[in-house]
Design a protein around this ligand. Structure first.
Ligand code: ATP
Length: 302
């Protein structure tokens, strides 16, 4: 099947600056794809080229089978975008805004169904400007969906949301997957990418520095695991058996061990502790978090 988004050798120069310095990417139909990177990495530039809002300097770009630089009205109807700035019409209610926007499309979605999809049923007759920030963002998503697009760009969709509003928004975005939509998400929140994305690409300094699933990005699944625990008063890391002492990575109240074979070493640790009647109440074992991997991959970039 043809990818929904396909980019080869994309470059964008502003004067002498390569804001996007030759990137290749593909996004498949039905995927939620997260595009991450530090400020100034080239995300907005890339997304705006894909949306047909910015010209490129070099490279091949194909979105839904069309070069966005040549996208006509029919192509534009197949693409939805939620930008950082709200699209809400001043003075109109949620329902009226959606009615207005639905008039722009040949085959719009049903209005009440779209309101329900973003969970704004109780606010359907409220003026857009009287909504909370999070509710306005949900209205923006509804406005992007009203034309029933195949591909939706979401630019930092939950910035400024409280934790429960973020969960609701995630639920809405997850629902788009069930509708068979393709989602191109930019975000600065690692937990958001981890929760939603089928695949992640990290851009830094205009280049893709890693691409993969949340579990495998940057070799995360192959990285050493960390075992952490607190020993009781009077016992220290020096009392551990030699095979565990060899893994010592830090002792600052809690002992930190790093290992490529966590199961074996947790077994050794718990066996040792039980033999001595030592409890390890805060024992935890984990792979590096997505945030740790991200910081490592983007560390040397400006
Ligand atoms: P953020 O996370 O801060 O939104 P971003 O990854 O979206 O950042 P871009 O907005 O794509 O980054 O910017 C990439 C680089 O291109 C930056 O160095 C920026 O200063 C530069 N840039 C962006 N737009 C222009 C422009 N119109 N003219 C000149 N330089 C620009």
């Amino acid at each position: 099947m043809e990818p929904v988004v396909s980019i080869q050798g994309l470059r964008k120069r502003y004067g002498h600056v390569d804001a996007v310095a030759g990137i290749d990417l593909e996004v498949q139909r039905g995927e939620i794809f997260a595009f991450l990177g530090p400020n100034g990495a080239g995300k907005t530039t890339t997304v705006e080229i894909l949306e047909g809002f910015r010209t490129r300097s070099e490279g091949e770009v194909n979105v839904l089978g069309v070069d966005p630089a040549k996208g006509d009205a029919a192509w534009r109807n197949r693409v939805g975008a939620v930008l950082q700035e709200s699209n809400a019409e001043p003075g109109l209610t949620v329902r009226e805004s959606l009615q207005l926007y639905s008039g722009y499309y040949v085959e719009p979605r049903a209005i009440d169904e779209t309101i329900a999809l973003v969970g704004l049923e109780e606010k359907a007759d409220t003026i857009g400007t009287k909504l909370s920030g999070g509710q306005r963002r949900r209205l923006d998503v509804a406005l992007a969906l009203i034309g029933d697009p195949e591909l939706i760009f979401l630019d930092e969709p939950t910035t400024g949301f409280d934790p429960s509003a973020r969960r609701t928004a995630w639920h809405v975005i997850d629902g788009l997957r069930e509708l068979g939509k393709t989602v191109f998400l930019t975000t600065h929140y690692m937990d958001e990418a981890e929760q939603l994305a089928d695949r992640i690409a990290i851009i830094a300094g205009g280049r893709i520095v890693a691409e993969g699933t949340p579990e495998t990005l940057g070799g995360r699944n192959r990285m050493a695991a960390t075992i952490r625990f607190t020993l009781p008063e009077g016992t220290g890391a020096a009392d551990l058996p030699p095979e565990l002492r060899a893994l010592l990575a830090g002792e600052d109240g809690r002992v930190t061990l790093t290992t490529d074979t966590p199961l074996v070493h947790v077994h050794a640790l718990t066996g040792w502790a039980i033999d001595r009647g030592i409890d390890l109440p805060d024992l935890d074992v984990r792979q590096p978090t997505l945030e740790e991997v991200y910081l490592e991959l983007t560390r040397s970039e400006p």
